[in-house]
Design a protein around this ligand. Structure first.
Ligand code: FES
Length: 155
């Protein structure tokens, strides 16, 4: 299978060095986009030669006006294949959030607004009412920051 789409970072094609060396920047937000996602529920045989929906989403985000400090990071399978397209937001000392069921045709604005809210937060915990509706209804997982230290409860 050929590469579904050129990898892009902030609206341009990333070099091989960037693809492998670009780690998280302190205080920045990584918008991870699964570029291997297909539209959920679509028969794979009909879509074999079609561009991956996740690659389309990544390309559109890379061309969009993202908030300063938010960068698109193309990745392969985030293990949420039955509910693609899938993205994750991570960065700084924030909680990481994974969202699914994204449609590049209808959810781009909500995704960008949600990424902006996330980026503006100190800990990634955006108040429920301030989250785009899609984020409220299609959160797949949240993962605590690396600095999180919680002890195993005594039961
Ligand atoms: S292919 Fe996108 S989550 Fe698996």
């Amino acid at each position: 299978m050929s590469d579904p789409a050129p990898l892009a970072v902030r609206g341009r094609v990333a070099s091989d060095t960037e693809k492998h060396a670009a780690g998280p920047v302190a205080g920045s937000t990584d918008l991870l986009v699964c570029i291997t996602c297909r539209t959920a529920g679509a028969p794979p045989t009909l879509l074999e030669d079609a561009p991956r929906t996740g690659a389309v989403l990544a390309q559109r985000l890379a061309r969009a006006a993202l908030p300063p400090g938010v960068r698109v990071v193309p990745v392969e399978c985030l293990s949420n294949c039955n509910r693609g397209c899938t993205i994750a937001l991570r960065g700084g000392d924030r909680w990481t959030y994974v969202y699914g069921d994204l449609n590049p045709d209808t959810d781009l604005d909500a995704l960008i607004a949600g990424a902006a809210r996330y980026h503006a937060s100190k800990d990634g915990l955006v108040p429920w009412r301030e989250r785009p509706e899609h984020f409220r209804k299609h959160c797949i997982a949240r993962i605590p920051p690396l600095s999180s230290t919680q002890e195993v409860p005594h039961v």
